[in-house]
Design a protein around this ligand. Sequence first.
Ligand SMILES: Cc1cc2nc3c(=O)[nH]c(=O)nc-3n(C[C@H](O)[C@H](O)[C@H](O)COP(=O)(O)OP(=O)(O)OC[C@H]3O[C@@H](n4cnc5c(N)ncnc54)[C@H](O)[C@@H]3O)c2cc1C
Length: 435
Amino acid sequence: MKQENEISICWLRRDLRLNDNAALYHALKSNYPILVLFIFDENILSKLTNKADARVTFIHQALTKIQDELAEKGSSLLVKHGKPEEIWQTILKEYHVKAVYANHDYEPYARERDMVIGETLKSHSINFYTFKDQVVFEKDEVVKTDGKPYTVFTPYYRVWLKKLNDFYLKSYHATPYFKNLLSIKSLPFPSLKEIGFEKSTRHFPSSNFEVKLNKYDQERDYPAADATTRLGIHLRFGTVSIRAVVKEALKQGADKWLSELAWREFYMMILWHFPYSATHSFKPAYDNIIWRNNESEFVAWCKGETGYPLVDAGMRQLNATGFMHNRVRMVVASFLCKHLLIDWRWGEAYFAKKLLDYDQASNIGGWQWACGSGNDAAPYFRVFNPALQLKKFDPKMEYVYQWAPAYKLALAPVPIVNHEFARDRALNAYKKALN
Ligand SMILES: Cc1cc2nc3c(=O)[nH]c(=O)nc-3n(C[C@H](O)[C@H](O)[C@H](O)COP(=O)(O)OP(=O)(O)OC[C@H]3O[C@@H](n4cnc5c(N)ncnc54)[C@H](O)[C@@H]3O)c2cc1C
């Protein structure tokens, strides 16, 4: 029999919104009052060295908004800080929990975490219901006819597109069910300071992506044009719904942009099926490359002091804003792996520290693509020429002058390495490893 104080919990993670949220929708339609939970995960936070990390501020702001929305509905967000295993033990003592609802999270750490929490809940006879929410098609939904995962994007995308229909894009309309939220006074909401962080002064891009779509196809490759949507951080933390975003892309006929959203799902699918690729080259032979790993050259790359204008502008944009244009990401990544022969994992880790839109699957996918070690990567002998890339994609040096003004004043650093020399050196090192 249902008792007075029995509740179910909807645990938010990378889905920081009340609207069109699969887990929350299903929770609200169940039999028990719903308490919405977020845990500031110490296992993740303790690895962030910058105490003013902008992503923590972004999450805190998104949660503040959710708290306000819940308060308007007579409920509250439960915000905890600690290691999820320990937090759940406390919650299970504090509340009479009947079921837990959450959305799938595909990264290796998240899979492990959910397995452990699932076991804990099971040992208390509590059901753990999980749902697809952050992608349109997840790990096993777009696969080859023999059930194996695609490792090449083009055939994957063909099937992804063919499968796309209203059923998969239907939004989870929770409004009629908000009355099933647990009626409760506002619970304590920790400040950033209380969880060991400071407020970042970074500017966060707006989630109004719609206006950017009509010129995306023509202008997306020009870093000075500011023609991409900057939706990455919102997709990362789920402050927008992927279903709503895809519907808008279809409505505007933004085909190229739609394919970029599919790349995101492709990389998530790859990381799910090939979790070793988080730390090892997808193509194992690439782990035979003897990297030079010169530390002072790595520092010069990080600071944007390589003497290559596009590389330096990109790194400076990243350091100043937490964003770097996609075309420039490809150029700086290729430069690090090939021109400097520095292990892609060093660059991947640096991006992970700095990018507002950092996403493990896309970042690893992007880095392994540039290095050549990835599943559907640039061939190893394709070595981007940073000078030609500059000529083609920033011909008036507008992007370079914005982020690396020294080039305008002819104060540019001397190139760290000669392009032709570096190209030959890279090709030799790659050939040696792959033969
Ligand atoms: C070395 C390297 C590292 C990268 N690291 C990340 C990362 O950590 N997180 C991340 O989201 N993207 C990453 N990307 C992909 C891409 O550069 C960014 O998604 C894009 O620049 C973000 O800008 P935007 O939000 O304006 O994207 P838009 O061009 O407006 O695209 C919309 C959304 O589609 C997705 N998307 C676009 N391009 C790609 C792509 N090539 N691969 C996967 N998803 C894509 C993103 O979610 C993006 O926000 C990386 C690419 C490279 C080459």
